[in-house]
Design a protein around this ligand. Sequence first.
Ligand SMILES: Nc1nc2c(ncn2[C@@H]2O[C@H](COP(=O)(O)OP(=O)(O)O)[C@@H](O)[C@H]2O)c(=O)[nH]1
Ligand SMILES: [Mg+2]
Length: 221
Amino acid sequence: MTQRVQVVENILSANDRVALENRQTLDAAGVYALNFMASPGAGKTSLIEQTLRRIFGEIRIAVVDGDIATSIDANRAAAAGALAVQINTGGECHLDAVMLKNALAQIDLGGVDLLIVENVGNLICPASFQLGTHQSVLIASVPEGDDKAYKYPGMYQGVDALVINKIDLLPYVTFDMGYFRRGVEILNPGLVTFPLSCKTGEGIERWIAWLRKQVGSRKKA
Ligand SMILES: Nc1nc2c(ncn2[C@@H]2O[C@H](COP(=O)(O)OP(=O)(O)O)[C@@H](O)[C@H]2O)c(=O)[nH]1
Ligand SMILES: [Mg+2]
């Protein structure tokens, strides 16, 4: 048992070293990077598409998509106008810093203002692996249920912003927003939160305004 814990600690600290290198690479190029995490189907790729639609031509975006297989999401991001790189993890349930490092090597970072990393859909493993991104965003969605913060505290504790997607489905799904938000508040007090719908567009402008501010505060010299 002790040996296993030791091995896991070593893997995580090796990962953290590469994450630091990634951060230095991003900073040197003046790129602001976000790590999108969520369950499968919460709307990560949809939010990337909606974001691109609104800031294309204003902020230069690259997307790194992580999935266990296929390039469906990178194709969607590329179709929406992003420079997109797909990482297939071959079964791993999360991205790690080495995978991002290899993806960064394929991108001309000098031509990028914002990098969005779409992590593998999973509320557990991605929370344990730093990538070197500046901030992480959790995309929750209404049909997942209002108890997810209580059930996946590690994920909710570690993020810098929370999107609550699919609010267009609130009339059809049992989802107590007060109960959900109380769970989030206990784990991550004051967390900036964006209820929105990628389908109707409601709430997205507030998210875009936040994003513009984050990118603007790290503008290339
Ligand atoms: N009703 C509704 N459906 C959505 C919304 N956002 C995404 N979807 C749908 O949810 C499914 C999964 O979305 P996707 O972006 O692929 O999720 P991902 O797996 O997290 O990247 C797709 O069928 C989307 O059309 C939303 O705001 N409202
Ligand atoms: Mg996706």
